[in-house]
Design a protein around this ligand. Sequence first.
Ligand code: LR7
Ligand code: MN
Length: 604
Amino acid sequence: MGSAALRCFCCGCLFTSVTWTLLLFIYFNFSEESQGFRHVPIKGHEPYKPFPKKVHPRDSAGLPDGPRSGNVGNSLGNHVGVPAETNADLSPEMGMIFNERDQDVRDVGYQKHAFNMLISNRLGYHREVPDTRDPKCAKKTYPAGLPLASIVICFYNEAFSALMRTVHSVLDRTAPHLLQEIVLVDDNSELDDLKKRLDDYIQENLPKKVTLVRNKQREGLIRGRMIGASHATGEVLVFLDSHCEVNEMWLQPLLAPIKDNRKTVVCPVIDIISADTLIYTSSPVVRGGFNWGLHFKWDPVPLSELGGPEGSTAPFRSPTMAGGLFAMDREYFNTLGQYDGGMDIWGGENLEISFRIWMCGGSLLIIPCSRVGHIFRKRRPYGSPGGHDTMAHNSLRLAHVWMDEYKEQYFALRPELRNRNYGDINERLSLRNRLNCKSFKWYLDNIYPEMQISGPNAKAQPPVFVNRGPKRPKILQRGRLINLQTNRCLSAQSHPSHKGGLVVAKECDFNDSDQIWSYNEEHELILSNLLCLDMSETRSSDPPRLMKCHGSGGSQQWVLGKNNRLYQVSVGQCMKLVDPLSHKGYVSMAICDGSPSQQWHLDN
Ligand code: LR7
Ligand code: MN
């Protein structure tokens, strides 16, 4: 070998080893034991920093990657895992706060979006969701030649990661030959993330099928969707909220009934994505109704609607839709009058379009074999410009256009609205005339006979009972909860039956059964078989207390995790002993730092 070649070889070796040393250094820095996660970008803290490229099994479009979900479920070393059927790759510990930065992402997320953005960011833009369909759905076949769909997603100040998961879930789980395009409508959002960063992401990482329309001013979701629809070119419009994840084979079951009859409007079953944990769970099959306050509500499906040869997988009729997730022939959307453009921001359009569909010759179905998850938030994180009650304004418009004499039922509940101005509805009245629509009485008699009408002509209706049999969660472990720094036992400050009482670390008394905790499959910690350890979600500075077990997770969900930490799911923090030297034994919640005061062991 010549000396030049040898020098070249040596330089190559040197270069390679320096690169490797650097890579190893970076790797170890980013995957400390105490950090818990190996596949989530915790220390990097660029919330949207792409993960290393990994091929996605169903990435039909072969797109360049954004973050992909990591398989965090098994790497946490929990004593108890999440039941496999709920979410394969999502542990309740996903929300653990390790430092100020995490705390910040979480706090800002709750404030701006009313859901846990820390978890949303860690999840990345792609993830698998549990297939929540009835197993019989998988056996169904759909005709060839289904119409192509344009997905319209209107958003205002959406969390970037939630919006991208919505888009990527569609790209990842939709047969490409059925997808005409995805039209994103930015309703004049203010968040920085949704400006250049979004343009760049679309340009660099998304296929040409994804287009973005920016509203010059805030229009609200109703006009926003009309704008999106006007840009769409597919035969069928599919509307989604900007924080959804579509499930396996979601689109064909929606398109098939529309192909059969262009006047059929269809909704998927809306699965639940928890705002606090982002865990995706199946929804019961229910249908849409409303009350005289003109609020949408879910009703049980009457037995008469179910059944037939397809059993529980057959589409069934629904008096109303929730509003955000539905598919409709594009031509039909236009001939039926799109939406009422006089409605602002949020609310009421879902009942308006539902009444219009039924009263003007169409039908509205729920399709049990199509499932789409939606993040259900506890509050709406935005207002309207000017602070108007747009729900009342929009409801007034729909009552005056569609409800005939039954609008009196609304005014009986909202007398203050009787003389409120609701703008000009002439165009909508002539639409109703032009389409030759039936009366609201016809709608009530034929489509929603379950609706109760008060007043002199009211008919008594038998109440509907929904069977929600109580199920006791299985106990996984029972014993004393010992703080490893002091060997003290977590106990009730006064008595374990005292609701709202504090818990403190006391001298262990092995004859005292009041120090025995049960840990069950719902992740609840129950003291002396009486009350649950509970952490107020709104005031994380408050110490944990004993409360009546409510069985709905969140504030009463605890994880006995790696490094003996006792992690609280809804606040994302770990329990610590405030002062190991004080005999008072107070505990509080804190950023999870793995220190001795944060170590607990459930001793059998
Ligand atoms: O000014 C706005 N501009 C917008 O673009 C306000 C909102 N939006 C966007 C927003 O970013 C989101 O993508 O519009 C979409 C819907 O707004 P949300 O998510 O705040 O509404 P919601 O889920 O609380 O409310 C339900 O009722 C609304 C009534 O106007 C709409 O019809 C929503 O689409 C609807 N959501 C669903 O049906 C999902 C299932 C919820 C249930 C039950
Ligand atoms: Mn929504």
